[in-house]
Design a protein around this ligand. Sequence first.
Ligand code: ZN
Length: 254
Amino acid sequence: MPLIDTHCHLNDERAFPDPEAVVAEAREAGVDRLIVVGIDTESSRSALALAERFDGVFAVVGWHPTSAAAFSESELSAIEAMLTHPRVVAVGEIGLDFYWDKSTPEQQHACLEAQLDLAARHGKPVVFHCRDANDELLSFLEARPVQPYLFHCFSGDAGHAARALALGAYLGVDGPITYPKNEAMRAMFGELPRDRVVVETDAPYMAPVPYRGKPNRPAWVAHVAAMLASVWGVSDKECASTTTENAERFFRLA
Ligand SMILES: [Zn+2]
């Protein structure tokens, strides 16, 4: 059963100067579809170019909260223009990030809200980036009409997970689930409803064990899935089939 890497930055040209080789390596490892995610207009355009170039590659377009200081009406229009393309499957990665201070909370909220409205107008699912802001983002979303949400690289606790699930959201699991000290994260993912979890790399970031510390690659999502399978107490095959179906449902790939 093939896997889907539901979040990677194959559009990062410095990390991936030869995307063709990366896609081929992923396919060989049983990862037959990749979701490539933008963080601003330029990287969203590159994600779309990759999606047009390779079978099994899809694009998510939007402005990341750490880019929010440069966000504007014209950038919103540029993102909107990409949304009608059949290979663009979601708006993202958008959200809140209070770890970095490259943009103010006000700029981040304006950028988030404009893109949530955009996704709603186009009926697109939304991929969130959220760092050191789980309570803030969840409270904000709980006060809005619900849309199809995916919390990429979910970093919250069981309480945050329960609130996200109540919004109908999906949760993405990445390399950190393989790190020895992350017992609490494994316990939390072990308890989640299995129809709401997807696997991802966030490559080139967050490489799983045994590659921790190296630039991550989409092929290595198999190591994330293998750890999730062991946490769930199921076979690799069953874990792949469950998480792939979840990704197909969320991104409407099937
Ligand atoms: Zn990302």
